[in-house]
Design a protein around this ligand. Sequence first.
Ligand code: NAP
Length: 227
Amino acid sequence: MEGFSGRRVLVTGAGKGIGRALALALSRKGARVVALSRTQAHLEGLKEECPGIQTLCVDLGDWDATEAALSQVEDIDLLVNNAAVAVLQPFLQVTKEAYDRSFDVNLRAVLQVSQIIAQKMIARGARGAIVNVSSQASHRALKDHTVYCATKSALDMLTKSMALELGPYGIRVNSVNPTVVMTDMGRLNWTDPEKARPMISRIPLGRFADITHQLWSRSRRTPSAYV
Ligand code: NAP
């Protein structure tokens, strides 16, 4: 992760898991990080660990609150749309609440946050980059993951549309599609060894990714080395 010194980066879902590790790693590389998340206590913990990080507490499922929160954020060069929820339900029991919540946070918020940040980049004539954190679940059907898989599949197409329309302004848009990472979300879904075995058998390293503060600070390898 070179070339981040002085760059202003907004990471969503930075309260824990991948987003938190990313916010810390970017800050260590000299980036000026704005960490957005939903739970104030998680952001306070992050701030304690890295006082240089600016925090922003908002529920990305709330359109108006998100708009208000982002009006305070200026001059972002890089945006990582990382926040998401995984509500696991068998297809026949999927509820409207789970569907709406998942699409609001995993897809609609990416569109909204990216629109706001991209408009500000364009207004000040800055080039920039946006990374959407998708998932292998966008390509493969997983039991009880109907809604999560659908949000990530839609996110991949949103990413392509954003790349198409923002490219002419000098704003690069990509997605990353990790497989299982042992965060709270990963542990919730993949701790059962019986369930995990077939998934691990398809991973050449024979294990799930495990993003920990120690791993990131001990190694010079890029995060993808752990995926
Ligand atoms: P995680 O441990 O559950 O952390 C998710 C973060 O997103 C938390 O900080 C949470 O906020 C925040 N968040 C959730 N809903 C939000 C909302 N409505 N508004 C604002 N922030 C919200 O998840 P993770 O495993 O790090 O996942 C990060 C990304 O990687 C997600 O996009 C996920 O789909 C993707 N991914 C994960 C895996 C995996 O196996 N873990 C695999 C592939 C892709 P608070 O903590 O502050 O409440």
